[in-house]
Design a protein around this ligand. Structure first.
Ligand SMILES: Cc1cc2nc3c(=O)[nH]c(=O)nc-3n(C[C@H](O)[C@H](O)[C@H](O)COP(=O)(O)OP(=O)(O)OC[C@H]3O[C@@H](n4cnc5c(N)ncnc54)[C@H](O)[C@@H]3O)c2cc1C
Ligand code: SF4
Length: 345
């Protein structure tokens, strides 16, 4: 018999859900991590990770049939036959765009941590002060000094490679050795340096690929295949990094095929008390309770504002007809979401 009472519930097992599960279990909490999609086991389930281009029917490219099936995903580079199984189907999970909104989703354990581009940069005070200085939207409630120790913490665990440049607009971090520029890049960098001096620099990208062994994971083999899952655990993902740490505590229960449809709310205590879950395989509904609930399902709420989604995570409690946080117009606001090309909404 399952025990539906936990210390904490984490909804979603992507980049943020994996971190939440690791942090909470390492603090001693019994955590239930609910993931709407299938499980993808580290290494074992990376079925295309060691395939060569000639082993794919279309050499790893895309076809017209794929473009018809994935009208949103086709807008950018991710649509191709190498990792199609990792992307949520645009046809099965449609949404109405009020204005263009490229929603690339991965519905499985690990979420987009398996397919992300791994570029990892720090914001600086230029970013945190920009709104206030330019009178745009709302001022950020924090500055770089507040978040800098947390960048340190995350970088030390995840393993981010990069060069130390001392540039105020792109702060340095706790880096593993950088990847070197290739000879073409080095030539351009040298030329730029000659013409513009040290103020316009071409530097190596900073990414979550291991340039040396780290935290029990092997270093990158430079195979240019990271969107397939890494058999060496050499790029940061839920599977390679945060999930093993959470599992090691013995305090994590991971439940794939668990679609969270609602946050449960107690009108007397005025607190969220748990979540309602629909089993993705047999539609059975179960309620789970916990004192702490972390919602990490990526865009769910933001999409409420920009698009209409048929099957969505509902925050409203029955006794709060306008929804949790809606009386102060908080839900779906003051959130920042990152897309695949560094674009943010
Ligand atoms: C192609 C691509 C390239 C990218 N490159 C970069 C990059 O280079 N650098 C960078 O910083 N960012 C990059 N990003 C963005 C980055 O991937 C996201 O910001 C990050 O994955 C967000 O983490 P998350 O945990 O919020 O969401 P996700 O990683 O998407 O995880 C959300 C999880 O929640 C699950 N879920 C959703 N709804 C429910 C529900 N109702 N019940 C249960 N589970 C649910 C999903 O199945 C998923 O597993 C890229 C994104 C894409 C698509
Ligand atoms: S991190 Fe390196 S070894 Fe792993 S998939 Fe990417 S290129 Fe290959």
């Amino acid at each position: 018999m399952q025990n539906p009472e936990y210390d904490a519930i984490v909804v979603g097992s992507g980049i943020s859900g994996g971190w939440a599960a690791k942090e909470l279990t390492e603090k001693g909490l019994r955590v239930l991590c609910l993931e709407r999609g299938k499980n993808i086991e580290h290494i074992k389930d990376y079925v295309n990770a060691t395939k060569a281009p000639w082993e794919y029917p279309h050499r790893g490219g895309r076809t017209r049939a794929m473009e018809e099936l994935y009208p949103v995903l086709k807008r950018d580079y991710p649509l191709n036959e190498t990792n199609l199984d990792y992307w949520a189907s645009d046809k099965d999970s449609p949404y109405t765009e009020v204005k263009r909104f490229d929603w690339f989703r991965g519905y499985h354990v690990g979420g987009r941590s398996l397919m992300w581009g791994r570029q990892s940069y720090r914001h600086s005070d230029f970013d945190f002060e920009a709104n206030a200085r330019e009178g745009v939207a709302v001022d950020w409630p924090i500055r770089y000094a507040d978040i800098s120790p947390w960048y340190d913490y995350v970088e030390r665990h995840a393993g981010i490679n990069g060069s130390h440049e001392g540039m105020p607009q792109l702060p340095d971090g706790q880096f593993l050795p950088p990847m070197q520029l290739n000879c073409g890049e080095q030539m351009v960098a040298d030329k730029a340096n000659k013409i513009f001096g040290p103020h316009r620099r071409i530097i190596p990208g900073r990414s979550a690929n291991l340039t040396q062994a780290h935290d029990g994971r092997t270093q990158c083999q430079y195979r240019n295949a990271c969107w397939l899952g890494c058999p060496y655990g050499a790029y940061f993902s839920t599977q390679s990094s945060t999930l093993p740490h959470a599992m090691k505590t013995g305090k994590l229960t991971l439940k794939p095929w668990s679609i969270v449809s609602e946050v449960l709310y107690d009108k007397n205590t005025k607190r969220a008390t748990g979540v309602r879950v629909m089993d993705g395989l047999n539609n059975q509904v179960t309620d789970y309770r916990a004192k702490v609930i972390f919602l990490c399902p990526a865009l769910s709420k933001l999409v409420w504002r920009q698009a209409t989604v048929p099957a969505r995570l509902r925050l409203p409690g029955r006794c709060r007809p306008r929804g949790l946080g809606k009386s102060r117009r908080r839900t779906g606001r003051w959130r920042r979401v990152q897309g695949c090309d560094g674009d943010a909404w």
